[in-house]
Design a protein around this ligand. Structure first.
Ligand SMILES: [Cu+2]
Length: 137
């Protein structure tokens, strides 16, 4: 009769799992009506989160650009704020980013305005592993 007991335990476990799954399922079913309301909500809130900004700040510290990838509007400005124990600079990679060339900073900030759409890659000439990308659209 021990097999019957273990079968009963198994059934109990399955039932418990079923409750858990049902719990998750109800969470999903609550999301289902949301797309309708989310689409109307995104019409007003999306521009602040998804649309590219006209001004973006990139921090230069801890031997890294952060965020390493930013997106701005055409005519937008990126400001790099340098604050690290090591000196850094911003230097464009490739033809598209030729004009991107900052002085070397340990503390300070430097801005560049991007008037042409495109993807601009850059690095720190002192630490070539430090890289970043500016997308202008
Ligand atoms: Cu550097």
């Amino acid at each position: 009769m021990s097999t019957a007991t273990s079968a009963r335990v198994l059934v109990t476990m399955l039932a418990a799992a079923g409750v858990l799954l049902a719990g998750c399922g109800s969470g999903d079913s609550e999301k289902t009506p949301n797309p309708a309301t989310a689409s109307t909500a995104s019409g007003s809130s999306a521009p602040t989160t998804d649309a590219p900004q006209s001004a973006v700040t990139v921090r230069v510290d801890n031997m890294a650009f952060s965020p390493s990838s930013v997106t701005i509007t055409v005519g937008g400005t990126v400001t790099w704020k340098f604050s690290d124990s090591a000196p850094h600079a911003v230097q464009g990679i490739g033809d598209a980013a030729m004009g991107l060339n900052s002085p070397i900073f340990r503390d300070g900030e430097w801005s560049h305005t991007f008037t042409t759409p495109g993807t601009y890659r850059y690095l720190c000439p002192l630490h070539p592993d430090m890289r970043g990308t500016v997308t202008v659209q």
